[in-house]
Design a binder for this molecule. Structure first.
Ligand code: OAD
Length: 276
């Protein structure tokens, strides 16, 4: 009995921060952004994920997101997502900050309060001008009621204008501007609310372990959070087959695919912190 109480208090004391990127979903068949596999129809995704690309060719950008939604909808969480979810369940203080806009971490079982999707959610469709948004996990960019109305004579009627390349794109029912995917694009602000959640976690105490998996860590804030989370001697574990700008700060570099390395690392972390 005494042993059980000691174990559970130690269990709840562990603070873990996990930061993930596209590499974690690679083994579920979701292409990463950078590297040769990231290209879509010979186009660079990092150039499609911009407000400028959407202004120039919204159909092309929607086509890319529509295909990504479909691919994600058909994909399954892999052993890396499952390992992170297990860690979340077993540790009292836990936050996952993912740059991934897919829902594979959520489908592996991480609850919303333990996860921040810092670059948004691909299944959200929101207005490019006003605050209207739809959460539609059906994989369709058409928000209910925006693009099609109930049939009057046996056929669906589109309320979107039928000119040019944007004819079939969803329109905002409030202001009629184009709807767009609910993701953060290059050059846009991160959500203040989600930033606050990360800051609250970092301000709430030092971590015992920080794991950074499957990201090139190109954004300064990812490195900043990893370093702030691991200050005061926490272990900083990087899981990535390639070296990244974060590698030199890591206390442990694991050059393996996430789906192979993370289940083992989670076992090790749990075993280490359950030790009396
Ligand atoms: P990237 O596509 O830049 O990088 C994927 C990383 O995953 C690379 O460092 C790979 O070496 C690594 N990787 C590949 N396969 C892996 C595997 N099986 N296991 C572990 N690691 C693997 O993706 P991110 O770093 O997530 O932002 O990109 C960050 C952001 O840039 C994205 O969220 C998106 C993008 O443009 C926006 O759209 C704002």
């Amino acid at each position: 009995m005494i042993w059980k109480i000691a174990v559970s208090s130690r269990f709840y004391f562990v603070r873990v921060l996990v930061l993930t990127g596209a590499g974690v979903s690679a083994e579920s068949g979701i292409p990463t952004f950078r590297g040769k596999d990231g290209y879509w129809k010979n186009l660079d995704p990092t150039k499609l994920a911009t407000p400028e690309a959407f202004a120039r060719d919204p159909q092309l950008v929607w086509d890319w997101y529509r295909e990504r939604r479909e691919r994600i909808g058909n994909a399954r969480p892999n052993a890396a997502h499952e390992a992170v979810a297990r860690l979340a369940r077993r540790t009292g203080e836990f936050l996952l900050v993912t740059q991934n806009v897919d829902d594979l971490h959520a489908r592996a079982g991480i609850t919303a309060e333990k996860m921040v999707q810092i670059h948004g959610d691909i299944f959200v469709t929101r207005c490019s001008c006003c605050e209207s948004s739809y959460v539609g996990r059906g994989g369709s960019p058409e928000p209910p009621g925006a693009c099609a109305v109930q049939p009057t004579k046996g056929r669906l009627r589109s309320i979107a204008p039928t000119f040019g390349k944007v004819a079939n794109l969803p329109r905002c029912p409030e202001c009629h501007a184009l709807m767009r995917p609910g993701v953060v694009w290059f050059g846009e602000q991160l959500s203040r609310n989600e930033l606050e959640r990360v800051e609250d976690f970092l301000g709430g105490g030092t971590c015992d372990v920080v794991i950074v998996a499957g990201t090139t860590a190109t954004f300064g804030y990812i490195i900043d959070w990893a370093l702030r989370g691991s200050r005061n001697g926490a272990e900083l574990i990087e899981v990535n087959p390639e070296e990244t700008p974060l590698s030199r700060f890591a206390t442990k570099q694991v050059r393996e695919p996430a789906a192979i390395a993370l289940p083992r690392i989670v076992d090790e972390v749990l075993a280490e912190h359950l030790r009396l």
